[in-house]
Ligand binder design. Structure first.
Ligand SMILES: Cc1cc2nc3c(=O)[nH]c(=O)nc-3n(C[C@H](O)[C@H](O)[C@H](O)COP(=O)(O)OP(=O)(O)OC[C@H]3O[C@@H](n4cnc5c(N)ncnc54)[C@H](O)[C@@H]3O)c2cc1C
Length: 381
């Protein structure tokens, strides 16, 4: 097969990938078991990744970022997947920073972006609530303006980076009677913040090192300049504007995991013997791996097109939603087939395919469930 190179890559990006791969493989991957045991990533590692310039690759250097492009971030996301580093919550951290870059005032950018880039602050996005996930307009968290402050009241759940985050983007209603136009985003610095409380780390079936948590805001009073962009009621539009970014990242992870699953399973099938020959010599194995490789490649070509369009500023929400649902559905299908080809060993946690199986499932649920993605696509037809 002629080697395929993603059209958005060039020699400089390939060299960047070399540096990222060495750092992720040699430094981060060995920490994965400790993070999983602790159900969180340690603060020092966040700062280390920040010092490497890998937290906010695409944020301009005037705001402390690395001054690269979305392509640099994509490489970091891919390398984390290829090395099986599932605990490090760069995705929501980066999304949080991009909200600030795109929607924040100049003062807000200068206040938060440099500290997010260095890892001094860790970001989280708090949209989901116990009674509202897909139906974002059904959230109950309130932000009432009292003088020069907003008082936040409500609870959030399933929040990635929930235990480590020190800057949380909170979705709240400033006007409960105004529907989507009554939603606003608040950036809450959590250190020493009265009325802010972290709940337990939730017990999940996968991603054991990600500190998915409940967060509570009990009369949590923040200065008025925590309102993102300084305009009430802009939150829903701000969220919508950033969705193609988030969905492309989730789809990209789906592709990278498929690629890793195919590679590891091909290696395994070439080694493992049954009935006097390797698994790879059996037609079923060959066909299953051929199908998996084809799906991973079709997925790669599609996500590459999304990445190119994102870089060109032309990626629309419906196409990004196609990438999110289809690639994560294919991810679960491919990883399941690859686990099957491992036999009993595929069910053992010491084999990476087992962790990939458990971790993959949530990809179809978060970032907007795959059913919601299809709604969005259908609305565009
Ligand atoms: C590990 C993990 C990490 C997460 N991280 C974050 C985070 O960092 N920040 C954050 O805010 N949230 C986060 N979430 C929450 C996630 O985004 C929600 O779980 C998701 O949006 C679905 O919402 P829900 O769980 O309330 O399900 P519900 O909205 O109750 O949906 C239940 C089912 O009904 C389907 N459904 C709902 N509405 C429709 C419809 N109109 N048409 C057809 N089907 C529909 C859904 O697709 C789903 O299958 C995370 C979740 C998990 C599990």
């Amino acid at each position: 097969m002629t080697p395929y190179r993603s059209p958005w890559l060039d020699d400089d990006l390939e060299s960047f990938r070399g540096t990222v791969r060495r750092f992720v493989t040699d430094v981060l991957a060995p920490r994965e078991p400790a993070w999983q045991a602790a159900q969180r990533v340690d603060d020092a590692s966040w700062r280390e990744v920040g010092a490497m310039g890998l937290l906010l690759c695409a944020i301009p250097d005037e705001y402390g970022g690395s001054g690269g492009s979305f392509a640099h971030d994509c490489i970091v996301f891919e390398e984390l997947c290829y090395a099986g580093v599932g605990s490090f919550g760069k995705h929501v951290h980066t999304i949080c920073a991009h909200y600030i870059l795109a929607c924040g005032t100049e003062t807000q950018r200068r206040r938060w972006l440099p500290r997010l880039a260095s890892g001094e602050l860790v970001g989280a996005i708090a949209m989901s609530e116990p009674s509202a996930g897909s139906d974002l307009q059904g959230i109950r968290t309130r932000a009432a303006k009292i003088g020069q402050r907003y008082v936040l009241s409500g609870s959030k759940t399933f929040i990635s980076n929930g235990q480590v985050a020190t800057l949380v983007c909170v979705v709240a209603k400033t006007d409960p009677t105004a529907g989507a136009k009554g939603i606003s985003l608040f950036m809450v610095e959590t250190d020493g913040q009265d009325g802010f409380r972290r709940g337990r780390t939730l017990d999940k079936i996968g991603l054991p090192g990600q500190d998915t948590s409940e967060l509570f805001f009990d009369d949590c009073s923040v200065p008025a300049d925590c309102l993102l962009g300084g305009v009430e009621g802009a939150g829903f539009a701000q969220l919508m504007e950033q969705l193609p970014y988030e969905r492309t990242i989730v789809g990209l992870a789906g592709v990278a995991v498929m690629e890793r699953a195919v590679r590891l399973t091909t290696e395994y099938a070439r080694e493992r013997k049954a009935f006097g020959k390797t698994l790879f010599e059996m037609q079923n194995t060959r066909f299953k791996l051929a199908e998996a490789k084809t799906l991973a490649h079709v997925g790669r070509v599609f996500i590459d097109s999304c990445i190119q369009r994102y870089l060109a500023g032309t990626l629309d929400t419906a196409t990004a939603s196609m990438a999110k649902w289809w690639l994560t559905d294919m991810q679960c299908q491919v990883v399941d087939e690859c686990l099957q080809l491992h036999g009993g060993y595929g069910y053992m946690r010491e084999y990476p395919i087992a962790q990939m199986y458990a971790d993959s499932r949530v990809q179809r649920i978060y970032g907007g469930s795959n059913e919601i993605m299809k709604e969005i696509i259908a609305r565009s037809m």
